[in-house]
Design a protein around this ligand. Structure first.
Ligand SMILES: [Zn+2]
Ligand SMILES: [Zn+2]
Length: 255
């Protein structure tokens, strides 16, 4: 339905990009913000200490403050259909008993970590319910990324939750039909799995080679292959990351 881009009109219109911009979704903003002086209960417990940059999402105060922030956000931007939020980029997830009890106990081999999707879906579900008391129909967007890439198993998402796949640890060279690329086969399974539990999904793919960004690289064959598969799996919009490096990425950037 949408293809979004940071390109601006008239060029974006000319290349048929448009739709609402998928919001940035690193970090969960709270109102009032947490401070160490107010106590450490909102900070993730990591190696026995409440020092983590992530939130202790099982803490009801975290839900309450995230809802308060979101309501204030929509008060300022009632025109927007959604708000973005999610864990801070990186690890340091809360190891407290209550947060761990929300997880599915599934190992995510591509992030080399236990999957944390379910704890965040549990949290987002409550935030959405809180937002809807004041702003019914608003959506919550997050990146299905890092340890929260795998589809949920224990807590099914409210239909107003919109993931955007950000497959940072997966192969970027091949398309999903490549029979010898385990990464892209895994990615297809992830897409299909999420497509069964939410009505709207974005792909926030990497259309350049992060490992060696200046290397001449074409994503055209993979895009041609994958957009079809992604659409079948339920992906409804794209907001991809590329680099405007015309010397090395011209075919991809043009496409
Ligand atoms: Zn916790
Ligand atoms: Zn590959």
């Amino acid at each position: 339905r949408y293809i979004t881009s940071s390109m601006t009109p008239p060029f974006s219109n000319k290349v048929r990009l448009g739709g609402e911009m998928f919001p940035s979704a690193h970090g969960i903003k709270l109102s009032p913000p947490r401070t160490k002086e107010d106590g450490l209960e909102l900070y993730a417990l990591v190696n026995g200490k409440r020092l983590g940059s992530q939130l202790c999402v099982s803490n009801p105060e975290a839900v309450k403050r995230a809802v308060a922030y979101a309501i204030n956000f929509f008060k300022k931007r009632p025109d927007l259909p959604w708000i973005g939020m999610g864990p801070n980029d990186g690890s340091g997830f809360c190891e407290c008993e209550n947060c761990r009890a929300l997880d599915s106990n599934e190992w995510d081999s591509y992030s080399s970590h236990m999957a944390t999707t379910d704890r965040y879906i549990w949290f987002f579900n409550q935030v959405v319910a809180g937002i809807h008391k004041v702003y019914p129909g608003k959506k919550l967007c997050f990146y299905a990324y890092h340890t929260y890439t795998l589809p949920p198993r224990k807590h099914m998402p409210d239909k107003h939750i919109v993931p955007a796949f950000a497959p940072i640890s997966l192969c970027r060279v091949h398309g999903m039909s490549n029979p010898v690329c385990p990464d892209r086969s895994f990615y297809k399974k992830v897409m299909v799995g999420w497509g069964k539990v939410v009505p709207e999904i974005f792909e926030r793919g990497y259309y350049f080679n992060l490992a060696c960004p200046g290397f001449p690289f074409s994503k055209v064959h993979a895009v041609r292959d994958e957009i079809v598969e992604a659409r079948k799996a339920g992906v409804t919009g794209w907001k991809v990351e590329g680099i405007p490096s015309w010397a090395t990425h011209t075919p991809t950037t043009y496409v």
